[in-house]
Design a protein around this ligand. Structure first.
Ligand code: AMP
Length: 211
């Protein structure tokens, strides 16, 4: 299974990708997680990408492509979450797949209104212990520290200003990829405003059609 989960920040790509990964064994490759791990490591590269991350800007293509590529190697089943985010990255992915002799099975786009996304992102909290994300109202962090000890913090880029910037960039640069993949007959859209389990059901059905 080789699929891309496309969608704006807050649509639930990370949540759905990890559920899909648990159920199918496919590797979950999230470029946002790769970026945050690099920042946490304190490396020079981490310092460089931190500015982009905190502002909600895209990391330049040549940097993110080099960070992403090694994760593709060796896994024969994967779900991409957060990559590609523009046409140039989509082309870089095509080239990388060609070099590896692989083909993309499908692209699943999660859809939700900006109003819903802003509400979800501003209530989002991430566990520093497990990396798992919660929502203060819809999916609160567990009180039982055996399940997840936390602490549960707001991501640096989940401020109002950064959220607006990221949604803007999504509409301008990433959303056109829906047409790009529809033209290649690879796209299925899913309503991401449904309950988490219903979205997973639709995503699994879409994967079943494509793989
Ligand atoms: P995410 O967790 O997917 O929202 O990603 C967090 C941040 O990492 C983004 O706001 C960007 O700064 C950076 N990032 C992640 N994926 C990409 C990508 N494909 N292209 C450029 N920057 C990215």
């Amino acid at each position: 299974m080789k699929i891309i989960l496309l969608g704006p920040q807050g649509a639930g790509k990370g949540t759905q990708a990890s559920r899909l990964s648990e159920r199918t064994g496919a590797k979950h490759i999230a470029t946002g997680d790769i970026v945050r791990a690099e920042i946490k490591s304190g490396s020079d590269l981490g310092k460089k990408v931190q500015e982009y991350n905190d502002r909600g800007d895209l990391v330049p293509d040549e940097i993110i492509v080099e960070m992403f590529k090694p994760h593709l190697d060796g896994a024969d089943s994967w779900i991409l979450d957060g990559f590609p985010r523009n046409e140039s990255q989509a082309k870089a992915l095509e080239e990388a797949l060609e070099e590896l002799g692989l083909e993309l099975d499908g692209v699943i786009a999660l859809e939700a209104s900006d109003q819903e996304l802003v509400e979800r992102l501003s209530g989002r909290r991430q566990s520093e212990a497990t990396g798992k994300t919660y929502h203060i109202q819809h999916d609160p962090p567990p009180e039982d520290s055996d399940r997840d000890p936390g602490p549960f913090v707001q991501r640096k880029d989940d401020t109002e200003e950064s959220i607006k910037n990221r949604l803007n960039i999504y509409h301008k640069q990433t959303e056109p990829l829906k047409d790009y993949y529809a033209e290649r007959d690879l796209l299925t859209t899913v309503d991401a405003t449904q309950a988490i389990e219903s979205v997973t059901k639709d995503v699994l059905a879409a994967v079943g059609e494509k793989v």
